[in-house]
Design a protein around this ligand. Structure first.
Ligand code: MG
Length: 380
């Protein structure tokens, strides 16, 4: 799901690399119809679906004569992921849109290679209970969570005392708080280490991404906020760590390349051999670690609050952030307005302690509408 995005295209690279082992059965995209058509012709999946229904005719006419079923709309995607021939669903779409099809895949008992962290941010409690109910499992694709998952392999969970999430610190790590008022979209999109989609790159610059990853870790590994520590590690070589009760810390290292965690998730529990050059530590003679600056990056502490409060609060934070990031990407608000919009929206929306799926849907709509209404106030 989301085959035309950054994770989606890299997942197809892995399918090419191991073409005897994996086959693409279903490819879906939001609006990138041209790339989806090219991917369909190259990978010949059984089905392709475009979420934007206005692009259905283009997709269908371009794929006429191919042995590929073509459909459109988010309902069609949610239905198709349940097909019995699918073993693994890679969830790589952007933001809240990942929730519904991921739930549908879980209900069909699929293994989820989870790249869409917003699914767990928005509805972690619901997803966790559905996983148990339908005997489905999640293998994380997010590099930090893949690292933690690997560190926990063969360990007893009660021996893990702390999760240490590493963060690159993004492009603004060394900028002052005053400087952040004036950074541009181009500055924010220039991530020092990772090549990612626009939404997650902005989230990395604001450290919202690390906040979401805290929430994601909380649900994936069942640990409270106080057992998750964020450490800034600008070289992005140590992808995350776990501290154990005997004083040991395990880390997973590698080059900053999303093909690694995708390869691990698709191959799990095996490790697939690759021709790609391994990490050469002599090229990285210095690995450094420092505490994050919460004054510069308040979204990180809002994520901490969101885990503590629980209920629909993470869903509100995610919705407000999606609106703020979209507004920042169109250059209509400042970088430093994004946390203000998140904080005001979190204060405004009514708290629901144990949200149902319908509560999440309503909270998401309400929070987005409120965050939208704040944009006039902050418009540049
Ligand atoms: Mg990550």
């Amino acid at each position: 799901m989301g085959s035309t995005g950054s994770i989606g295209t890299q997942t197809l690279d892995i399918i090419s690399e191991y073409n005897k082992r994996f086959r693409a059965y279903l490819l879906t995209a939001n609006r990138s119809v041209d790339l989806l058509i090219n991917q369909a012709k190259k990978y010949l999946p059984r089905k392709v679906i475009i979420a934007d229904e206005s692009l259905y005719d283009t997709l269908r006419s371009e794929l006429e004569g191919y042995p590929i079923e073509v459909a459109a709309g988010s309902k069609a995607i949610a239905e198709a992921v349940a097909d019995s021939e699918i073993d693994i669903v890679v969830t790589a779409m952007v933001g809240y849109s990942g929730l519904e099809p991921t739930i549908s895949a879980i209900k069909a008992g699929k293994t989820i290679a989870l790249a869409n962290k917003e699914t767990l941010v928005v509805a972690g409690e619901l997803i966790t209970s559905l996983l148990a109910q339908y005997d489905a499992k999640i293998i994380p694709v997010d590099s930090e969570h893949s690292a933690i998952f690997q560190c926990l392999e063969g360990e007893k969970t009660e021996h893990a005392e702390k999760i240490i999430l590493t963060a690159s610190g993004g492009p603004f790590r060394t900028r002052s708080l005053a400087d952040l008022e004036h950074v541009t979209v181009r500055d924010a999109l220039r991530h020092p280490n990772w090549d990612m989609g626009a939404k997650v790159t902005i989230d990395s610059a604001s450290m919202m991404n690390k906040g979401f990853e805290m929430i994601e870790a909380h649900w994936l590994f069942g640990c409270p906020a106080k057992q998750i520590e964020v450490v800034v590690h600008p070289q992005s070589i140590v992808h995350s760590m776990v501290a154990f009760s005997d004083g040991s810390i395990k880390a997973q290292l590698g080059v900053p390349d999303m093909h690694l965690p995708i390869r691990y998730a698709l191959g799990y529990p095996e490790r697939l051999s690759t021709e790609q050059p391994p990490l050469s530590l002599s090229q990285y003679s210095t690995l450094t670690f420092e505490a994050p600056d919460l004054q510069k990056f308040p979204l990180l502490s809002y994520a901490f609050d969101a885990i503590e409060k629980g209920g629909n609060v993470p869903c509100v934070l995610n919705a407000a952030n999606e609106i703020a990031v979209a507004a920042f990407l169109c250059d209509s608000i400042r970088f430093t307005d994004m946390p203000k919009i998140a904080a005001e929206t979190m204060q405004k929306i009514d708290f629901i302690a144990r949200p149902t799926y319908d509560d999440y849907v309503a909270t998401n709509l309400e929070a987005r509408a409120y965050a939208e209404s704040l944009l006039t106030k902050y418009r540049k």
